[in-house]
Design a protein around this ligand. Sequence first.
Ligand code: NAP
Length: 248
Amino acid sequence: MPTSSPRTAVVTGASSGIGAATARRLAQEGFHVVLGARRTDRLAELAAETGGTPIALDVTDADSVDRFAAEVARCDVLINNAGGAKGTNTVAAADEDEWRWMWETNVLGTLRLTKALLPKLVASGNGHVVTVTSVAASQIYDGGSGYTSAKHAQSALHQTLRGEHLGEPVRFTEVAPGMVETEFSEVRFGGDTERAAAVYRGLTPLTGDDVADVIAFAVTRPEHVNLDRIEVKPRDQHSATRAHRTGN
Ligand code: NAP
């Protein structure tokens, strides 16, 4: 492998929240960052700040993923971060369009990006796939079935890769956050900022930077060290359904 050019980290969902913070942090760690998302105006700003490369990406569209991957000449690290939730319907009232959005983005999006970039990750001689799942990848809660089932599936996909590529020069790390204050809840509640703010009321949630810190730690370990799964939550959060809040 050429050692003169910087290692390249591809970050999906880099236009906001955890993805934007991770791209900033990995650029500080010396990576060339490739930034993927649909809101290209935001990517352009982040590219100017980080010296990275912005490329339009819709992870739900196979052609968009193909075009994106074709522009990525080198890939040492892939951060599968694009994703999110829509709605809080019970199973009895499930909205199939919301389910399709969540499965397409979190599950099939991760599948498409990983498939497209794995050959380059392995060819790098020291590849690393980090998939951002959630506490919802190992827990369920009322009104969360579309999201929890998608995150469980995304986690199963990710864990399977670890076995299928054993013996190859590529690492796999799942990062499973609890509450992080980003645009996540606004997206989930269709732009209802009041309802989104209530999710984080009475406690100090994680920030995108807190999760980026964990991701950066995982990808900067020596290449024989594989952090398989890291769950990170605010101190006041016990589980997907239980948290300590003040002022309530
Ligand atoms: P966010 O601020 O809403 O960011 C989501 C990112 O995903 C945006 O950059 C968005 O970019 C991108 N994205 C959504 N659909 C996409 C598509 N079809 N193609 C490409 N990119 C797409 O939320 P976040 O909290 O940072 O979420 C990042 C990841 O963390 C998600 O996988 C989420 O499930 C997970 N997570 C979040 C929390 C939390 O409490 N915030 C907790 C656990 C796990 P564009 O809209 O510009 O395309």
